[in-house]
Design a binder for this molecule. Structure first.
Ligand code: FES
Length: 80
């Protein structure tokens, strides 16, 4: 079960430039996306004024975690 704290973290921005919440990115990863390009295609992230610098770093961390813990539900980054 998702905690209230995790729910609040998931509602934070995932891609600030495009206004896409973190939970949308996490869902794409949980559904099997394994690269920034796949996630960008599914969610619409990237291509903003920062040229994917901010969301690219978040996605890289999330993908790294999901690849190291494939059976664990993806957790949002704690430093956002
Ligand atoms: S935060 Fe995603 S393109 Fe800038």
């Amino acid at each position: 079960m998702i905690t209230e704290e995790e729910l609040l973290v998931r509602m934070k921005p995932g891609c600030i430039c495009k206004g896409i919440k973190l939970h949308i990115i996490l869902k794409a990863i949980e559904d099997g996306a394994t690269s920034f390009e796949e996630i960008a295609k599914i969610t619409g992230i990237g291509g903003g004024s920062c040229k994917s610098k901010r969301c690219g770093e978040k996605v890289a961390l999330l993908l790294k975690e999901s690849l190291h813990h494939p059976d664990k539900k993806t957790s949002p980054p704690q430093n956002n």
